[in-house]
Design a protein around this ligand. Structure first.
Ligand code: PRP
Length: 182
């Protein structure tokens, strides 16, 4: 059986840990200013959002609640199925609350488009989006990203929560990947 490292080659660092942490801190401070005096609930979309969410909230000085959804539309595939599956729903009651959905990447926009409607139907006071990466060239459904880390080209990237075949999510930086063995 071939190893994942035989199949995928990691290229040079694209966004370093320091760059990502600095951007996350800026966004955390911006959220603190935008929601001054308010309570906010951060909804992390697992699994990809785990690192980015953790980094952004370190710089948020507000009454902050955390919740998570597990959502999938890609499975093991690199192409979206177009159907968003909720594997774990919200735990908290978000009625009347300010919600910030946190994602690792907005690609076709299908996931966030669906989630904004879904979460919006639960009576929140507001719904905003915070994403580490945006790939606008891949968009099929419109999505407004209120707090964005970086915009990237349509290339295959991993790290900081993003995976290939569930691997490399733990890399503390973002890098592109070359497929060695298709
Ligand atoms: C990825 C990513 C987003 C979604 C973005 O999730 O985390 O949720 O795809 O793609 P879209 O804009 O084309 O909908 P994935 O289904 O790979 O699950 P994961 O978070 O566990 O990696």
């Amino acid at each position: 059986m071939s190893k994942i490292t035989d199949k995928y080659k990691l290229n040079d660092v694209m966004y370093s840990r320091e760059q990502i942490e600095a951007r996350a801190a800026e966004i955390g401070r911006q959220i603190t200013a935008d929601y001054a005096g308010e309570e906010v609930i951060f909804v992390g979309i697992l699994r990809g959002a785990v690192m980015w969410l953790s980094e952004v909230i370190k710089s948020v000085e507000l009454e902050a609640l955390l919740d998570f959804m597990v959502v999938s539309s890609y499975g093991e595939a690199t192409k979206t199925s177009g159907v968003v599956r909720i594997d774990k729903d919200l735990t908290e009651d978000i009625d009347g609350k300010h919600v910030i959905i946190v994602e690792d990447v907005v690609d076709t926009g299908i996931t966030l488009n669906y989630l904004k409607d879904y979460i919006g139907s639960r009576g929140p006071a507001s719904v905003k989006v915070c994403a580490l990466l945006d790939k606008p060239s891949r968009r099929q459904k419109p999505v407004d990203i209120d707090y964005l880390g970086f915009t990237v080209e349509n290339i295959f990237i991993v790290g900081y929560g993003l995976d290939v075949a569930q691997r490399y999510r733990n890399l503390p930086y973002i890098t592109s990947v070359t497929v060695v063995e298709p």
